[in-house]
Each structure stands twice: as structure tokens, then as C-alpha cells.
Design a protein around this ligand. Structure first.
Ligand code: ZN
Length: 282
């Protein structure tokens, strides 16, 4: 099932995406609540999707899609997790997982504009598979981790490279406003099947910059969940950015950072795409 958060006629709600239409779930709650109550809600929503007629809901084209989880309790992202990206970054393959946070306030809608912050010129893109936590938990063994995930969406781990490398840890450079576009919806884990076999690509103005597959993750998603849940309880709606492949602008020669007007499209097989235009911060 595909689940979206969308705004239509001034009201933001959750919906089931069927074809090119979105059907209100009728659940008066946010995506986080919906995920938390999923086991109880799932049969009814599945029946609703299966029984949808061609004119149920409203056309996707008539709504504004929002980030599926607008205020995740936690957003964590793993660095240096594809071999080709590690090589282009002139780094050694980490023996341990390298994690940083992205602020809640960096969350952005899937087709919204992305800001190039005042006084910076080093905005960069990173297409990533985002795992959205469902049941979550603490001390989740890798073998049990699939049951902790609710579903997946496309993310762009937009990065201000200057600020990323201004100190020994990266969180500020990864947390600028608008720098966590996600969406266009969550595809539930049962529909994705194996999340480690998905092609993912990033285009800037139609030029392909990144093209890889999640099979190339250094630490897979189950290892990631085991690692993070050693100390933190993973909760419904928490978002994990699972790493980006090679091809980022900072690694090009010469380096090519994003400019106002650039259109950045990130796509993942089996999910869809997100696309944002870069703008100078107003
Ligand atoms: Zn990243």
C-alpha cells in the first residue's frame, strides 16, 4: 500500500494512493498515529483500497503532497555507506557505522523548493532510500529488524558541504531548513519486498549524477537498526536515511554545487520520485 500525507482544500490529512488518485484514510490523525495504530487500521484500509472505484478520492494532481511523516521523532542518516561514495570521498571504509542526525525542521515536501542558504554556495544532493520505522523497539537484533520497519520512501539528504566539514561532526551541515525532502509517499514494507535490491538515481536538470542499487549498501538496513537500537528506542515514524551512492557534486572535478534554478530529481524503483527546484533563501 502507498500512504501519503497531503493537503487538499486547506486541510492536511493521510491518504491511500491508488493509481493517480489519493483516497482519504478517514483517520483523524497524523501519519505517526496511523503507523502506531497500523495493525488495527490495516484491514479496513486494505479493503478500502481494494474496493476503490475509478472516481474515489481526488486526483493526485489536485493535491499538495507533503512529507509523509511531517515531524518524525528522530531523523538519523548514515554516512559513507556505499563503496563508490567512500572512494570518491577519499575515505576508508568505516569499520563501524557513522551516523549523524538531521533536524526535524529540515523536513521538506517531496516537490517543494529547496533553499540554498544565505552566505553558502555548497549545497549538494544525496539520493537515499529512507526506512520509516513502524513497530521499532530497543535492542532489535538484525534478524528481527524487518519487523521493525513500516515502509520506505525516497529521500534527498541535501547537504551544505561547507558547514558539513566546518567541524568534526556533520549535523549542522545536514540540517538546514528544507534539506530533508521526503516522499512522495510511503510504500509499505510488504509491497517493497527486499529493500536491498532497489535501483536509485539522482538527476540534476535531467543529467544523471547518481545511479546505483541498494544492494551495494556497506551496512544493510537490518544492521543499521540493530546498531541504533542498542541505545535508542526506535519509534513509529522515525526516519533512517540509509546512505547515498557515488556521484555527489562535491566529488566531481571540478566540484559542482547546486545553483538557484537547478531541478533535482531523486527516484527509487518501486517507490517513485521526488523533485525540487533550488532557490536562494529569501
Ligand atoms: Zn547522506
Amino acid at each position: 500500500m502507498k500512504l501519503a500525507t497531503y493537503t487538499h482544500e486547506g486541510r492536511t490529512r493521510t491518504g491511500i494512493v491508488v493509481g493517480d488518485r489519493v483516497i482519504d484514510t478517514g483517520v483523524e490523525s497524523t501519519m505517526i498515529d496511523l503507523i502506531r495504530d497500523w495493525e488495527a487500521l490495516k484491514p479496513g484500509l486494505e479493503a478500502r483500497a481494494a474496493g476503490a472505484s475509478a472516481d474515489d478520492g481526488v486526483p493526485l494532481a489536485s493535491v499538495r503532497l507533503e512529507a509523509p511523516v511531517q515531524r518524525p521523532g528522530k531523523i538519523f542518516a548514515i554516512g559513507l555507506n556505499y563503496a563508490d561514495h567512500i572512494a570518491e570521498s577519499n575515505m576508508a571504509t568505516p569499520e563501524r557505522q557513522v551516523w549523524f542526525t538531521k533536524a526535524q525542521t529540515s523536513v521538506n515536501a517531496p516537490y517543494a523548493r529547496i533553499e540554498i542558504a544565505r552566505g553558502t554556495m555548497t549545497a549538494d544532493y544525496e539520493v537515499e532510500l529512507v526506512a520509516v520505522i513502524g513497530a521499532g523497539g530497543k535492542h532489535v537484533a538484525a534478524a528481527d529488524a524487518p519487523a521493525a520497519v513500516f515502509g520506505y520512501c525516497v529521500g534527498n539528504d541535501v547537504t551544505e558541504r561547507m558547514w558539513q566539514h566546518a567541524g568534526p561532526q556533520w549535523s549542522l551541515g545536514k540540517s538546514f531548513d528544507t534539506h530533508a525532502p521526503m516522499g512522495p509517499w510511503i510504500v509499505t514494507a510488504d509491497e517493497i519486498g527486499d529493500p536491498h535490491a532497489l535501483g536509485l538515481r539522482c538527476f540534476v536538470n535531467g543529467e544523471k549524477r547518481q545511479d546505483s542499487n541498494t544492494r551495494h549498501l556497506v551496512f544493510d538496513i537490518w544492521q543499521q537498526i540493530e546498531h541504533l537500537s542498542v541505545g535508542m528506542t526506535l519509534e513509529p515514524g522515525d526516519c533512517l536515511f540509509t546512505g547515498t551512492p557515488g556521484g555527489v557534486g562535491a566529488a566531481m572535478d571540478p566540484r559542482r554545487f547546486l545553483q538557484p534554478g537547478d531541478v533535482v530529481r531523486c527516484e527509487i524503483d518501486g517507490i517513485g520520485h521526488i523533485e525540487g527546484t533550488m532557490v536562494a533563501e529569501g
